[in-house]
Design a protein around this ligand. Structure first.
Ligand SMILES: Nc1ncnc2c1ncn2[C@@H]1O[C@H](COP(=O)(O)OP(=O)(O)OP(=O)(O)O)[C@@H](O)[C@H]1O
Ligand SMILES: [Mg+2]
Length: 319
């Protein structure tokens, strides 16, 4: 039950509108039961990538392979079954829950839509789900505004798991929550993964969350993966200047691995836009000294045991 993305690409616009390559040739595989982190600044294409997996956004090109089967040309009626198996949890538990629906309706809705249960059977399943995610099952008739942010996100999670999916796509699941509540929700996700044997794609821009939750992590920059490795590799020996800049203040990094004395992101993505040529990070890269950086797009190459990075300045490791 691995989930594999092959050369996934999404181009928005065209026909007079500004063309944005929101996701550009992204490939990775998430083994069953693993947590794969996707890290990147705002606008790097994380949500677009996530929504292409259950085809809430149609990819421009590339493929998603689930259960050994390509989803690309699957008819819409078969995609319904796939969407039971691949569920999403969204960032904002305030806007993603219909304020006019009770908790029973919110958590029970997927059962009705997919004709899995109704009536008393639905009530029982909703109550079981509420217990599982740490909500009081007595509160089935309450409305979202009667719950705290953390509790609302528990409702969102209950909705996502009630159809017993295999994969959860978690798009910034805790970034709208108070810091004190974030850890509780992350711990709930860890417990659920263990009991329900779930596979996670976790989108975040929080390094602490990645470290706490993930097995492997990919860093996206302007639609492309610029580095990928195990959490241990990335937190000990990040190779790409972008990763090094993001992880600059993390003490675990081996000092001999630093490409420069200091790699900081002074320019931002708006003040130093990419021309479309060469390395997309080069306008902001304090290490971009070679001519190639401005003219040739660096390919993703192996830089360690399974670790890959796209930078002209990193040492390639032959395997
Ligand atoms: N429907 C759309 N039409 C045109 N452009 C879009 C559309 N959706 C997203 N984009 C653009 O695609 C790029 C990637 O957006 P996306 O929302 O995937 O980024 P993100 O990494 O999820 O950002 P954030 O961290 O802010 O959630 C951005 O430049 C965005 O403006
Ligand atoms: Mg997003």
């Amino acid at each position: 039950m691995t989930l594999e993305l092959r050369n996934l690409t999404k181009v928005f616009g065209g026909g007079g509108k500004r063309v944005v390559r929101a996701v550009d040739d992204v490939s990775f595989t998430i083994p069953e039961g693993a947590t794969f982190g996707l890290l990147g600044e705002s606008g790097s294409g994380k949500s677009t990538l996530a929504r292409m997996i259950p085809r809430l956004i149609e990819p421009t090109s590339g493929e998603v392979i689930f259960h050994g089967k390509s989803l690309t040309r699957l008819p819409e009626r078969d995609m319904r079954g796939v969407r039971e198996q691949i569920q999403m949890v969204f960032q904002n538990p305030f806007s993603s829950l219909n304020p006019r629906m009770t908790v029973r309706e919110l958590i029970g809705e997927p059962l009705l839509v997919h004709k899995r249960a109704s009536g008393a059977a639905l009530d029982n399943q909703v109550r079981d789900m509420m217990k599982l995610v740490g909500l009081n099952p007595e509160h089935t008739h309450r409305f979202p505004h009667e719950f705290s942010g953390g509790q609302r996100q528990r409702i969102g999670i209950a909705r996502a798991i009630i159809l017993q999916p295999k994969v959860l796509i978690l798009d910034e699941p805790t970034s709208a929550l108070d810091v004190s509540v974030q850890a509780q929700v992350l711990n709930l996700l860890i417990d659920l993964q263990r009991t329900l044997k779930l596979t996670y794609l976790l989108i975040t821009h929080d390094l602490t969350v990645v470290r706490y939750m993930c097995d492997e992590v990919a860093l996206m920059y302007l639609g492309k993966i610029v580095e990928q490795g195990t959490v241990e590799q990335i937190f000990k020996a990040p190779k790409h200047p972008y990763t090094q800049a993001l992880l600059h203040d993390i003490p675990s990094i081996d000092p001999s691995q630093r490409m420069l004395e200091q790699v900081s992101l002074e320019a931002d993505i708006v003040s130093a836009p990419w021309s479309g040529r060469g390395c997309r990070f080069s306008p902001r890269c304090p290490a971009a000294q070679v001519g190639e950086c401005r003219t040739v797009e660096p390919p993703l190459v192996t830089v360690g045991d399974g670790q890959i990075a796209a930078c002209h300045l990193v040492q390639t490791v032959l395997t």
